[in-house]
Design a protein around this ligand. Structure first.
Ligand SMILES: Cc1ncc(COP(=O)(O)O)c(C=O)c1O
Length: 400
């Protein structure tokens, strides 16, 4: 009972928090501001810091839509993805066009994407779920003749480099999330990137008028950092996990989220913590590889994505059971053994309550998305997972 491995997260120490406060009050200085470090990491020309990934997507969609013809009002997303993506589209006053997802790649079913009517499509969002980079050669080939913006949602893939280019920068614009449990966390936050100067000018103007969180919000963030520092450890995580009002791991659709710039304290945190991103990401991919190597020979589960051997930075390792009963058993057994295996978004986007009026089309069944909802569970790949944990996870899964 007193050992429970959290599903994701990045350790932060009390010393780190003290340093972040010292940076914020000017007792210490960063060697380089956070935005400049992000520019270097991503190779992006323009970088903005916001209070969440969904805000970054919202701002981007509003400005992209101003540059496009008025009849372009649909945004394509996978049938199963983070609910916040749908919320940003709705908040921007645009319609959601769903295309089914392939459970084995966690990317679009490109045969289905090829068949949609692009006449009203403003943008297509690549999702890079779990850190598995979307297939840009297919995405570009299909949209080559269409006048659509390509948006690279790298909320779960900060730090991934593909053929010399950073995930998040492979489209016309992209964004990252700095929320808890992401590759780099400032408690909450988002980063918007683009190389497009015209779009950049509009975005700059839009962001200038956004509020910056005040001192109370910064104090609350410090408290959250402390709680995070204490309770992310497997020996302590059982405690917050017992408190239902914290809603840990819950997915809620909410299109009334707050829209602001990233707070100054969080900018200091980002500027400090980004220096260890590569190390943390290497640990994640090494951990995912070890788990995958142990799970595959069991012959009971499938692991989506390009083979773990190619070094995918799995933010969590997605695993597909044969069916829902087996998945639920795996989650139960793992929990008994002290591991939180989460099932992520609980329904396909089509089934979010009240979403229907926001969909460009009510047709379509989305069997790929439904399979993921029924069969998926994820395993932790973060820095608290040790070899002993991996051995136990594999032994448990062998019993399922
Ligand atoms: C794929 C994806 N897109 C977008 C978002 C939204 O980011 P945020 O939670 O920072 O608003 C998330 C966050 O969980 C995500 O996983």
């Amino acid at each position: 009972m007193f050992y429970l491995m959290p599903p994701s997260g990045t350790p932060i120490s009390i010393k780190d928090i003290a340093k972040i406060i010292a940076l914020r009050v000017g007792l210490e200085k960063l060697d380089e501001p956070f935005t400049r470090k992000l520019k270097r990491l991503t190779g992006s020309k323009h970088v903005w810091l916001l209070n969440s990934g969904r805000t970054a997507l919202l701002v981007m969609l509003r400005e992209v839509s101003r540059l496009a013809r008025p009849e372009k009002n649909e945004v394509v997303i996978p049938s199963w993805t983070c609910y916040s993506v749908a919320a940003s589209i709705v908040r921007a006053g645009l319609k959601i066009r769903l295309v089914d997802i392939d459970p084995m790649t966690m990317d679009y079913d490109y045969n289905k994407l090829r068949k949609i009517d692009f006449n009203h499509v403003l943008a297509v969002i690549a999702s890079n779920l779990f850190g598995i980079v979307s297939d840009w050669s297919k995405l570009r080939a299909i949209t080559k003749e269409e006048s659509v913006f390509l948006i690279d949602d790298a909320a779960q893939a900060l730090g991934t480099i593909v053929n010399g280019r950073a995930a998040g920068t492979l489209g016309d614009a992209g964004f990252y999330s700095l929320d808890r449990g992401k590759n780099l966390s400032t408690c909450a936050g988002g980063v918007l990137v683009t190389d497009n100067d015209d779009l950049g000018r509009y975005i700059e103007e839009a962001i200038e008028s956004l509020p910056t969180p005040g001192i109370i919000s910064e104090v609350v963030t410090v408290l959250k950092f402390f709680l995070h520092s204490m309770f992310l450890r497997p020996r302590c995580y059982w405690f917050p996990n017992m408190l239902p009002f914290l809603g840990l791991g819950e997915t809620i659709y909410d299109d009334h989220f707050s829209v602001a710039k990233l707070g100054r304290l969080q900018q200091c945190a980002g500027g400090l913590l980004i220096d260890r991103l590569n190390m943390l990401n290497s640990q994640r991919s090494a951990c995912a590889l070890k788990i995958a190597e142990g799970v595959r020979p069991l012959g009971k589960f499938e692991i989506p994505g390009s083979q773990a051997a190619t070094g995918t930075i799995y933010l969590r390792l997605p695993v597909l059971a044969a069916d829902q009963a087996m998945r639920d058993r795996a989650v139960r057994f793992l929990r008994k053994g002290g591991f939180t295996a989460v099932t992520m978004y609980p329904a396909i986007i089509r089934e979010i309550r009240g979403i229907e009026p926001q969909l460009a089309s009510l047709k379509g069944d989305y069997p790929g998305g439904r399979q993921i909802v029924a069969r998926l569970f994820t395993l932790p790949t973060h820095a608290y997972v040790r070899q002993n944990d991996i051995d136990i996870i594999i032994a448990i899964l062998n019993e399922v």
